[in-house]
Design a protein around this ligand. Structure first.
Ligand code: ADP
Ligand code: MG
Length: 353
């Protein structure tokens, strides 16, 4: 009898242990293979939920580095650096992908009447919100310096010539692709992952998110929308998407404050100052991470009313605005996709069409 009891408890133990192990195994299966790197001036994380192959992650980050080396205006001898140094002098031949992205950048500048402004460089440099080198004390630039810089900002003087040649017409002009390059990198990483057989992944390039495919079991991904008033990782609500880019811009990313007023890194090309309206953050949801990036910058400057006019010309593009006073305005198409999680915010349907 005692012997039988022992056997029964042994079997029970083995069963419990294997269920425990099985449980562990399953959990491990669900855990993504994740890698984080600092590139393009921001923290980037890629999470693979299937085809968990370190080599694929490596290829993805190599691709981002390649894009940064071509498109950064602070990396010596990048294509953009060469174009800037030859402003008002000579056209520079660039490669196909840089040329194509410049064509797109100019298109978004035209569409948004310069709210997205790829030649914003002189103003970005003058304000130096990042605080390296010149103006590292973070003072408000002098009015006359702002005027001078404004004179050097005009996408109409970005000439995209034959044979992939690019010229900035006036001396002192500067391209700055900070408002579109991360988005472009997102679309390119998506391609790398797909080419390597990945079907389910989250690509988060410093707030430029691409949700690849679906979550396991064809479920939607849940993407947290950052609370602009709190530390990173605290959310206003959740957007549920499959195969979509969710790109966010905000006044909380990089800024300095003088007399209680916030001077952030998105500049209004009409005034020469950081944009100043009711908005604190914006997210654009569309199939293209590049487009969402340019639009998030533009609509942050334009605000909800003018932003609606831009959106009316585009298909399958949704928006979520967060105001300084704690209102969350979503476009109609977001009704079934967004859930408010933070009771300090007030959810509304955007009335501008
Ligand atoms: P983030 O870089 O935080 O994702 P954005 O996509 O809005 O935010 O890009 C902001 C960057 O774009 C700035 O750091 C600057 O390099 C550049 N930029 C600033 N103002 C503009 C503008 N009006 N149009 C285009 N690019 C801009
Ligand atoms: Mg942007």
């Amino acid at each position: 009898m005692r012997y039988r009891n022992k056997i029964i408890s042994l079997i029970a133990f083995i069963l419990a242990f294997s269920i425990f192990l099985g449980g562990c195994g399953k959990k491990e299966d669900k855990e993504p293979l994740s890698k984080t790197e600092f590139m393009m001036d921001t923290v980037m994380t890629i999470k693979l939920y299937d085809k968990k192959d370190e080599e694929v992650l490596k290829k993805a980050f190599n691709r981002i580095k390649e894009i940064e080396d071509k498109m950064s205006n602070t990396i010596e001898n990048s294509y953009i650096d060469k174009i800037n140094k030859n402003a008002g002098k000579a056209p520079i031949e660039v490669d196909e992908e840089v040329y194509n992205l410049l064509v797109k950048a100019k298109k978004f500048a035209e569409l948004t009447d310069g709210a997205y402004e790829p030649t914003i460089g002189p103003l970005v440099e003058l304000w130096n919100i990042k605080g390296e080198g010149k103006n590292d004390k973070h003072t408000i630039p002098k009015e006359e310096d702002i005027k001078k810089a404004l004179d050097k900002v005009d996408y109409k003087k970005l000439e995209l010539l034959d044979n992939n040649k690019v010229l900035l017409k006036d001396k002192g002009m500067k391209l700055d692709l900070g408002g579109i390059a991360k988005g472009y990198a997102g679309d390119e990483v998506k391609k790398v992952l797909e080419e390597n057989g990945v079907k389910h992944a989250i690509i988060d390039l410093g707030g430029n998110i691409y949700a690849l495919g679906s979550k396991e079991g064809d479920k939607s991904w849940k993407i947290g929308i950052q609370n602009p008033k709190e530390e990173r990782g605290s959310y206003v609500g959740i957007v549920e998407v499959k195969e979509n880019a969710v790109v966010t811009s905000g006044d909380y990313e990089r800024y300095f404050e003088v007399d209680g007023k916030r001077y952030h890194h998105i500049i209004d090309s009409k005034t020469g100052y950081p944009s100043d309206n009711e908005l604190s953050a914006i997210s654009i949801i569309s199939k293209s991470s590049t487009d969402s990036d340019a639009l998030s910058t533009a609509l942050f400057v334009l605000g909800r009313e003018k932003g609606a006019k831009v959106l009316s010309k585009l298909e399958d593009t949704e928006v979520l605005y967060i105001t300084k006073s704690g209102k969350v305005y979503i476009s109609n198409g977001m009704k079934d996709k967004f859930t408010l999680k933070n009771p300090n915010f007030d959810l509304k349907i955007n009335e501008y069409k």
